[in-house]
Design a protein around this ligand. Structure first.
Ligand code: CAA
Length: 271
């Protein structure tokens, strides 16, 4: 997608070296998200340049994101995108396909070959909170406020946020946060494991730069293999996980010290 097309949707996408930055860029509407936002995010994921290792997701202005564009709740809806009423009128299969496509905008941020960082200032509500949860890591400004508002609006969080939320805070705390739709401030988020770091707002860029630089110091293939192991750990038994570690290490050792790896290290590789 061209930068003009992205700008119309309220997004910016920039690549600098191995770091890509996605910016929600509709600050006057607190970076409210639409189906077009999610399709564009999915497209960015599908076409991400291969050399990118770190993806930073941020929001322009006072809020990270105020969640879904509330015009979806009106009868008129969003120009060219309909409303919840028109989505609800779709046949079952088309309806589910629409949500599946929306979820694709979030799911790729967990890919093992990249590390994604959400940079959150101000409000991250509903879809905004879920977008932050879909990233591997979260750096927060001290004014960050998370709120899973869906239940208060008669909906469920369906943009892939429930699993990472439970993994980070546990089922009981996730139930309490979602079913009260209360606001979780930055310090509590840090305590609960919803953030890696909280910094004064004016230090946000610096903190993200430091983290991205640190992530780029490790070997890319080893980082991807390690992320695969970590992401799969919760669903495997200890024995299965040990087997997965062995398999990944065998692959690493072959790449580093096998015939081809040795040749590469000696500088004698032909290709
Ligand atoms: N959709 C559309 N427009 C929004 C918006 C949203 N979600 N949130 C804010 N805006 C607009 C406001 O209408 C206002 O526009 P105008 O200047 O044209 O009047 C502008 O953004 C600024 O808003 P505020 O003056 O309210 O800004 P604030 O900084 O004082 O407050 C806020 C920020 C706390 C985020 C507040 O705007 C707010 O509560 N917004 C609604 C949040 C919400 O309920 N989101 C839905 C979450 S549920 C979800 O996302 C469902 C899902 O995934 C399926």
């Amino acid at each position: 997608m061209t930068s003009e097309e992205l700008a119309e949707i309220g997004l910016r996408f920039e690549v600098g070296g191995e770091i890509a930055t996605i910016t929600l860029d509709r600050p006057d509407k607190r970076n409210a998200q639409t189906f077009a936002t999610w399709s564009a995010l999915a497209r960015i994921g599908r076409t991400l340049p291969e050399h990118v290792r770190v993806v930073v997701v941020r929001g322009e202005g006072p809020s990270f994101s105020a969640g879904i564009d509330l015009r979806m709740f009106t009868t008129k809806g969003l120009p060219g995108q309909g409303s919840f009423a028109s989505v609800a009128a779709l046949d079952g299969e088309t309806f589910l396909a629409r949500i599946t496509e929306a979820q694709q905008g979030f799911l790729w941020l967990r890919r093992p070959d990249i590390v994604s960082i959400a940079v959150v200032q101000g409000h991250a509500i509903g879809a905004g909170f879920q977008l932050a949860l879909s990233c591997d890591l979260r750096i927060l400004a001290d004014d960050a406020k998370f709120c899973m508002k869906e239940a208060a609006l008669g909906l469920v969080p369906d943009l892939t946020g429930t699993k990472p939320l439970v993994e980070l805070v546990g089922v009981a705390k996730a139930v309490e946060i979602c079913l009260t739709a209360r606001t979780v401030g930055a310090e509590e988020a840090l305590r609960l494991g919803l953030a890696e770091r909280v910094v004064p707002r004016e230090r946000l860029d610096e903190a993200v730069g430091e983290l991205a630089a640190a992530l780029l110091t490790t070997d890319r293939a080893a980082a991807a293999a390690t992320k695969r192991l970590l992401l799969g750990a919760a669903d495997r038994t200890l024995e299965e996980q040990s087997a997965a570690e062995r398999a990944e290490q065998a692959e690493r050792l072959r790449a580093l010290f096998g015939a081809k790896g040795a040749a590469r290290r000696d500088g004698s590789a032909q290709s």
